[in-house]
Design a protein around this ligand. Structure first.
Ligand code: SF4
Length: 98
């Protein structure tokens, strides 16, 4: 893996890092029950992140996901959906689901 996974879009407008997209340099995708949700999400009256939306997935805790390798994401890009900041690309590996 040479490049970190990019974040194409994020719907979670309540997040302090969301300025027409995610401006955190890197996020951690965390576990929330059996779904993957952005662990970097923070609802705060402050401007977070860099001036441009060029976010990446720095780490991912969802070891059962087909894209997860060594606790990192191998997908080229992901999108984050809804106000709950859920990973749209999370997919349980067939080996684990069986
Ligand atoms: S990906 Fe996470 S940190 Fe970035 S704007 Fe969305 S909820 Fe916030």
């Amino acid at each position: 893996m040479n490049e970190l996974t990019t974040i194409s879009s994020c719907d979670a407008t309540a997040c302090a890092f969301n300025h027409n997209g995610c401006t955190a340099p890197a996020i951690t995708m965390s576990r929330d029950g059996n779904r993957a949700a952005c662990g970097t999400f923070i609802s705060l009256d402050a401007d977070g992140g860099l001036p441009t939306a060029d976010a990446h997935v720095g780490a991912c805790q969802m070891t059962e996901c087909v894209h997860n390798k060594n606790l990192m994401c191998t997908a080229a890009t992901i999108s984050v959906r809804g106000n709950s900041a859920e990973c749209s690309n999370f997919e349980v590996s067939a080996e684990i689901a069986a």
